[in-house]
Design a binder for this molecule. Structure first.
Ligand code: ARG
Length: 459
């Protein structure tokens, strides 16, 4: 007996190169628990429907259990002889219990079987990502709380823009991760659909109770169209897109950690345990970890494009092209898992250089917008105020001064209504607290955001 599951119609042995090229066992072996769980549920349903006897069912289940334990222990590692994980499990079963093992595949095709396995895998991967995202969010909230008093320059175009709280900056990443989390969570509605019973494409002549299989495997619904069920990989694409977006966020955070830890910025110090050195330059301490996270973002984007492209133009229903979904999926899942793990730990290893941040917020006319707002309070229109303050900044730059270093007399030449109370508005360290709009950087708003986050993290 060969190790393929489709030998009957063939009169020649398959060429070795064909086997090697066609096989997916090299990567789909990691689906084995899902494959066996799915087979067990299918088997119980076959018994309940009287398609096999209870006795047959017990024997099949018992042996599937044994095969699973052996796979857990790394046995049956001569895998490479099989085409894929489905053939491995089935052929091993048949090798042990003979013809009875062959009954397991009644009313089932590898097409609905692989769809089931991949859905079970994605469901687990989504839960794992969600847990890891939460750990990262916790680390961000911790940093925000610890640094609630720290003021820094906020940037646009990487130019100093307005003073903000470092905590507000951290909570911006919390918000991104919160969207990522809900995107993954909401995708489960489309992932958690049970395809078994669709057969190869058309359904089955047997009276299969699909709802029973769905319930046993924890699926919310069963797929509604057998042809769609075996050719749908949208749920994989959705995972790949969600992973790509998450990586984009991690990459932006990484980029900030990289530039902020440079001497030029000097905003943050990453602990030695989370940095590496140079083989030639003894003084170096490099932020390799955020760099790697930033770098790995590329492959996660690539996986999304690869599968989108592989699926484009495929006629219904199953086509072998779809086997290409797995390496992309596994690679993206592995990559986001490890990156989230590393980032979560890394965030616990950073300390901010409060003085540097404060100093940077104090220089570079970051309160110019506050001054314009002040002029509006004093009766100007904002557009005029913008123009006036622009000229004041130019004047101060010429003098080599910051705005608060100008005298009232000097300032009055630009706008008569400017008074002593202007200095309060020119203090960069009081600036954030004036931004009390919902979602603004005022301390009380940031504190509210932190409380809301903690409530979200606690359930
Ligand atoms: N290894 C295949 C895959 O990953 C399993 C399904 C094979 N189905 C088939 N009709 N050849 O897609």
């Amino acid at each position: 007996m060969g190790k393929n599951v489709w030998g009957g119609r063939f009169s020649q042995e398959t060429d070795a190169l064909v086997n090697a090229f066609n096989a997916s066992i090299g990567f789909d072996r990691r689906l084995y628990t899902y494959d066996i769980d799915g087979s067990m549920a299918h088997c119980r349903m076959l018994a309940k429907q009287g398609i096999i006897t209870e006795e047959e069912c017990s024997k099949i289940q018992e042996n599937l259990g044994m095969i699973k334990r052996e796979l857990d222990h790394g046995d049956l590692l001569d895998h490479d002889d099989y085409e894929d994980i489905h053939s491995l499990v089935e052929k091993t079963l048949v090798g042990r219990i003979g013809a009875l093992g062959q009954k397991l595949h009644t009313g089932r095709s590898r097409n609905d079987q692989v769809a089931l396995d991949v859905r079970l895998y994605v469901r687990d991967a989504v839960h794992r990502v969600m847990g890891l995202i939460r750990e990262n969010q916790r680390a961000l909230v911790d940093l925000a709380e610890k640094n609630l008093h720290v003021i820094m320059p906020g940037f646009t175009h990487l130019q100093r823009a307005q003073p903000v709280l470092l905590a507000h900056h951290m909570m911006a990443y919390y918000a991104m991760l919160q969207r990522d989390l809900t995107r993954f969570e909401e995708s489960l509605v489309r992932v958690n659909v049970m395809p078994l019973g669709s057969g190869a494409l058309a359904g089955s002549t047997f009276d299969l109770e699909r709802e029973m299989v769905a319930e046993e495997l924890g699926f919310d619904t069963v797929s509604e169209n057998s042809m769609d069920a075996v050719s749908d990989r949208d749920f994989v694409l959705e995972f790949l897109f969600n992973a790509a977006t998450l990586m984009m966020h991690l990459s932006r955070l990484s980029e900030e950690l990289v530039i902020w830890s440079s001497e030029e910025f000097g905003f943050v110090e990453i602990s030695d345990a989370f940095c590496t050195g140079s083989s030639m330059m003894p003084q170096k301490k490099n932020p390799d970890l955020p760099e790697l996270i930033r770098g790995k973002t590329g492959r996660v984007y690539g996986n999304l494009m690869a599968l989108l492209t592989a699926l484009k133009g495929l006629p219904l229903t199953y086509n072998k092209d779809m086997q290409e979904d797995k390496e992309a999926l596994f690679d993206s899942a592995d990559t986001v898992h490890i990156c989230l793990e590393v980032m979560g730990r890394l965030l616990g290893q950073v300390s901010f250089r409060e003085e540097r941040l404060r100093e940077a917020a104090g220089k570079g006319y970051l309160v110019a917008t506050d001054l314009a707002d002040y002029l509006v309070v004093k009766g100007s229109t904002f557009r005029d105020a913008h123009e006036v303050v622009g000229r004041m900044v130019l004047f101060a730059m010429d003098q080599g001064k910051e705005l608060h270093e100008l005298t009232i007399k000097e300032m009055k030449t630009f706008y008569r209504q400017i008074d002593e109370d202007v200095y309060e508005w020119l203090d960069p360290y009081r600036s954030p607290d004036r931004k009390k709009t919902l979602g603004g950087t005022a301390r009380e708003r940031v504190q509210e955001a932190i409380s809301k986050a903690k409530a979200e993290l606690s359930h």
